[in-house]
Ligand binder design. Sequence first.
Ligand code: ADP
Ligand code: ZN
Ligand code: ZN
Length: 733
Amino acid sequence: MSEALDGSRQMQRLRVAVDAPAHSGIAGPLDYLSERALTPGTLVTVPLGRRELTGIVWDDAEPADEPLDASQLRDIGASLDALPPLSPNWRALLDFSAAYYQRSVGEVALSVLPPQLRELDGKKLQARLKKLDKWTAAVEQARPDPAAAAALRPELSPAQAEALAQLDGLLAPAEAAAAPPPLLLYGVTGSGKTEVYLRAAEHALAAGRQVLVLVPEINLTPQLEARFAERFAGHRIVSLHSGLTPAQRLQHWLAAHLGRAELVLGTRLAVFASMPRLGLIVVDEEHDPSYKQQDGARYSARDLAVYRARLEKVPVILGSATPSLESWQHAQPVSPPAPQTQQTAPQGGEGLLGSGPAKPSKSRYQLLRMPERIGGGALPRVRIFDMNTLPRNKGVTTALTAPLIEALRVRLERGEQSLVFLNRRGYAPVLHCTECGWKSECPHCSAYRVFHKGDRTLRCHHCGFTERVPDACPDCGNQDIAPLGRGTERLEEQLAAALPGARVARIDADSTKHKGALEAQLGAVHAGEVDILVGTQMITKGHDFRRITLVAAVNPDGALFSSDFRAPERLFSLLMQAAGRAGRDAEQAARSEMWVQTWHPQHALYKALARHDFEAFAKSQLEERESAGLPPFSHLALLRAEARTAEAAQAFLAAAAQWAQGQPEAQQLLIYPPVPMSVARVANVERMQMLVESASRAALQRLLWQWMPELHALKREHKGLLRWAVDVDPLAI
Ligand code: ADP
Ligand code: ZN
Ligand code: ZN
């Protein structure tokens, strides 16, 4: 301890990011005093109110800050000096994420670190490090001889070779002055995108760098991990996702943070992994909505991956057969701005994905195309089946049309597999009384409870309220209550009845609740123990099924008429993904088919699907979006409010809108009237939302930034209000 001559202690003022919830109104790090100089990025404990919290030394207090009376500041407690500090880049990523998604930096930073890190002290860390040493040694012992490893690498297809050649130029050394542009790897399903990721990772590893690979769903991590583990035997690979135990999560995080892990594979949370030698980021299935976090800090891991790559000056590969329209638009040549267009966006504003001035005729993202399947396999032929051609009152009541049953039978006879896709789980979405019209409404939500036949329950998929199915109508006592509509459970039952002897299996959130269930079920499909696989979108993504020659979407029309402007984009990519499960084996590709049963066969979306024409679909969608002023041609934020009454939620939003209208940014913004959310009431809470739109991302960000403290204050005035939240770049509206 150093004593100054006048007897006062020599103290340093430091700013510490603490895990204070957003509603406390704390946005930035807090000031504390420390006797010792602490490197920014060091984990510490600090007092806040009567509590002791974990914090991260964020930076030195700026000299320009208002001089604070040091006696008002409290001392930093213990510090975990044995752990290398979190890097300036990591903190910059977190600073940006918190600011962009309107949260406090400490809240975001602490929420993305493994919870057990808070309990770590010098001794526990030592024990962990010994463990890591053992792991490192064990992995290295298992390193196969280079010849055996090389034998696993297939010869690249011309498209893959071309993609990698372009990539090579971008895997620049760390000293490179500028960040390479993000790469959009647009490759049809089965074009071998994963092989491109593997080769790119090889390059980065050879240069001594770490590689981060993101996948949208935890279900897809084992498959990807297996592929990477096989190729990179003897390399240190860890996964980061919510399925890990707290101890595993800490261990994997430490391995990445200490530079021990060379490859980190994970879901959206992994975008925040601390990786001191990061050299490459891969975002597989970049269009997938799962990359958007739906509570707390509602971040997009895909967008943050792009931001992080720019920050660290490393390449990022965004891979997809159906890129998001945002990414697709970024990969189109930018035409010089027409003279008459008004430049509303201020230059150099807070920018995600580059809101800076566009350079003429150069795209922001570099586009790499892989238009063909490996081995010359064709994409399945798409049959848009017109439900209107069925005789009325016959085919109409069943989703399983006679021609589809026939097509399934043919596959069965040939010993091939089929996949039947319906995006609705349970037996039937509604149960109803044929006498009095009673329906299985949820008493707590504006939604029906779904009939699950397996355990004879009525279950609300929104609030979880579950009851046994009544024997008779609760209103009139009629015994004849019947299911309306169809979910995967019922489809499974109907398929089994229509095709006796067929081995039908179902995969959805219900069938895979237990740990290991999904792996076992997928294993059975791969082993050929299943003839017909029924399921939700869970089975349409990513899986490399080898024996499927028929994929059928039995009832996809709903999304055509959704109020959400992204619904067509979603449906198109979902159906393309589903089609991508068929004919992956080149020998079977020629007779592979995708069936789409629809009442609207003339719809442009289905026309484009039948031609596998993503580009035409994207073009028409982008034209619509542009004329309607929707993303990616504008930027959105949603303000949501929840209250016991719709009036209270509405009043809060109206007051918020009124305040915003008074701001100078308002002339660059469009604030829509508050509306109920699509499921307005959940668990007896009324939910409203209000959309804010602007052509200028910077103006929107400025408004949000000023709005936050105002909204905190407004909440206190609106007694009936329970919660509010801001969703920047919302995915579903
Ligand atoms: P995508 O991710 O584009 O859907 P995958 O990477 O899963 O495609 O590749 C499809 C299949 O082709 C996989 O079984 C993969 O092992 C195989 N494959 C990829 N590249 C090659 C290649 N150059 N030569 C032979 N097989 C390949
Ligand atoms: Zn009744
Ligand atoms: Zn409910």
